[in-house]
Design a protein around this ligand. Structure first.
Ligand SMILES: Nc1ncnc2c1ncn2[C@@H]1O[C@H](COP(=O)(O)OP(=O)(O)OP(=O)(O)O)[C@@H](O)[C@H]1O
Ligand SMILES: [Mg+2]
Length: 245
């Protein structure tokens, strides 16, 4: 479903030099997988995630999602292809002056859906995240966990085959974290959506991921299988993350 082929991304530093955030990295994620990207701060997790929908454009390499090389698309084709890739953010990124329903409707309005189709799809998505009764509320009236559910409903709105989530639970307490992880797992199981989740917590990997890649200084140090919530890790770096969990 997702193939990163020798992707490379560097950023210019204030002093004019270059910093390599993702170095010559290849990774394949299968359809229907929940795949984790884990590593310490600055390892390149968010950059790698944002390469998947071309929020960051690679300096070299190919990004193939659902059979299409996104780097070869025109701006218009890319906008369409991105409707197939929902995104969930750590700080939720909701529009504060729009209701819950209108937040979920937003990407569909941008995509040019009819009002009737939008209304029906918003209802469906709010049901999936168990927020049907909050449609007319504003984000400020919601708990953190509820806000993230709105973020997930919005990501799901355009019926994407892939959802990218960048530390979706890092702003939440442990119990709310578990409910949001269950919500992502539920969407994966019900709709077969491929989920890529960035985290710095091994607990998130154990809890919902099928596999995970450990990133270190812009490179994949290890790809781990998760079986029944247990992770078999070979590198010292992975072991230190497991011990901290
Ligand atoms: N737009 C940018 N301009 C310059 N440097 C950047 C940019 N985005 C990321 N970087 C640098 O690239 C490196 C990797 O950043 P990235 O955000 O991918 O790490 P991360 O693993 O997500 O870290 P964290 O856990 O702190 O979110 C960092 O050193 C960061 O400062
Ligand atoms: Mg990050």
């Amino acid at each position: 479903m997702i193939h990163l082929q020798a992707v490379h991304k560097r950023f210019q530093r204030p002093d004019g030099g270059w910093f390599t955030a993702v170095e010559d990295t290849s990774l394949s994620i299968g359809a229907g997988e929940i795949f984790g990207l884990i590593g310490f701060s600055g390892a390149g997790k968010s950059t790698l995630l944002r390469l998947i929908n071309l929020l960051e454009r690679p300096d070299a390499g190919a990004v193939i999602v659902d059979g299409r090389d996104l780097t070869s698309l025109s701006a218009r084709e890319l906008r369409r292809a991105r409707q197939n890739i929902g995104m969930v953010f750590q700080q939720f990124n909701l529009l504060t002056n729009r209701t819950v329903a209108d937040n979920v409707a937003f990407p569909l309005e941008v995509a040019g859906w009819s009002r009737a189709d939008i209304a029906a799809r918003v209802d469906e998505c709010l049901d999936v995240v168990s927020l049907g009764d909050r449609a007319r509320h504003y984000p400020a009236q919601l708990s953190g966990g509820q806000k993230q559910r709105v973020g997930i409903a919005r990501a799901l709105a355009s019926r994407p085959r892939v959802i990218l989530a960048d530390e979706p639970t890092s702003a939440l307490d442990p119990r709310t974290t578990q409910s949001i992880l269950e919500c992502l797992k539920n969407i994966n199981e019900r709709f077969g959506v491929t989920v890529v989740v960035v985290t710095h917590e091994m607990g998130v990997i154990r809890s919902i991921c099928h596999r995970a890649a450990l990133l270190d200084h812009g490179r994949i140090a290890e790809v781990m299988d998760v079986v029944d919530g247990s992770v078999d890790a070979r590198t010292d770096l992975a072991l230190s993350l497991l011990e901290a969990a």
